[in-house]
Design a protein around this ligand. Sequence first.
Ligand code: BES
Ligand code: MN
Ligand code: ZN
Length: 509
Amino acid sequence: MTALTLSTAAAPGLRADAIVVGVAKGAQGPVVAPGAEAVDQAYDGKLAGVLETLGASGAEGEVTKLPAPAGFKAPVLVAVGLGAEPEKDSAYSAEALRRAAGAAARALAGSKKAAFALPLAEAADAGAVAEGALLGAYSFDAYKENGRNGSKAKNGKAPLAEIALLGGKPRDKAYRAAVERALAVSEELNRARDLINTPPNDLNPEAFAAVAQAAAKENGIKVTVLDEKALAKGGYGGILGVGAGSASAPRLVQLTYSGPGAKKHLAFVGKGITYDSGGISLKPAGHNETMKCDMSGAAAVFAAVVAAARLQLPVKVTGWLALAENMPSGSATRPGDVLRMYSGKTVEVLNTDAEGRLVLADALWKASEDKPDAIVDVATLTGAMMLALGNRTFGVMANDDAFRTAVHETAAEVGEDAWPMPLPEHLRKGMDSPTADIANMGERYGGGLVAGLFLREFVGEGITWAHLDIAGPAFNEAAPFGYTPKGGTGTAVRTLVRLAERAAAGDLG
Ligand code: BES
Ligand code: MN
Ligand code: ZN
């Protein structure tokens, strides 16, 4: 894990492999961002001109490397683009800082230590730079030679090991707290990414539950794991039905964090399909290579609960991980089977590839029994949501308009792209079943909303609920950008942590 500290050092004398400065896109060309004054001075105040000569514009994500000025201990200067220069008297947005820090950290993979001289006008800026840098410095090499033997990178560069933030106030409480928070959130988020990226032959429901159990013990979180026997005894027909085709049995994990003086209780429910082959309604080749990512919702919930505990937030958070592997076999659920769910409702399974809603239905009903102040579920639920919103934005649905707005605003606040989606009543009848109380599929059009309507049926009466369909942004198959790597992204973790903070502050309805 990358180490990060606030440093009082000045850029010239600092021993590091590189110094990072910010460059923004000004009206007349690139402008050097605040924080880099000492560096600019060493170039006689002409760093912007030097960068322009090198072709830099200050565009978001742009990275320009140049030799550090004479007299600097660090050999390399990295100028990272912040995007458009803010208007007069306004500051760089937290997200611009996060993305720039992330891009710089990625560009420095293979280096040991870097100093970041980015704008740190406020404590929150230090939090944003720290978060971006720590998230950008992520790499997953557990299955590569360098990751296996811990030696020098052979087929991949080791992530930046050490980061010093320059220009902040290392003795100021607010700055220190912002960095502590960034460390807790980023480390847990990176752990969620590790889980998502772990191949499904090594992360089945039992293995995921064991990881959760160990982390819970370390962080003072109460944990209960229901195995297949307990699930059968409890009548969890949805989770068992989805897991029936797999040689690896399903699990339902409950994580309870009760913060000091907690007044509010949030429940987070995560879809944890450790591999989604589609089951008997098998996915065609080309649609299952990335389906290890189908436990991203559970990974996000797990990370958020652990982060809340590390931060000792004064709130109660219950995390539910609905873990199963969706496989075809002689014991698998068939299209046409009827499952009796934990809620008592019966579901006709028309398509075994619509499995996420089945495991979530049981977990939502179980979570509802505690009567939390609100439930938020997170799931890589539908391809339809990807068609609607693309692969960087998750959809937010809810049974309460004000709560949906609050969740959307919370996501925006932490720099996660989300968008509100409706739950149109007329789509409900498409799930009417001649045999059971409801079918697990409805109309094709609006498939993401149909899934949301299905879930709504399994939320306890009178409980505020929101559903995040993260199928698009959960797994990045394209090139890395900002602080987002290839592979598992850890999307929704930061929104969940912020929701817990808002609930703790009594600022969530
Ligand atoms: N896990 C998939 C959704 C998904 C697709 C996530 C692509 C990430 C990337 C989900 O279980 C699924 O298969 N959904 C079906 C539902 C349909 C059968 C009603 C879908 O979206 O096609
Ligand atoms: Mn599926
Ligand atoms: Zn799935």
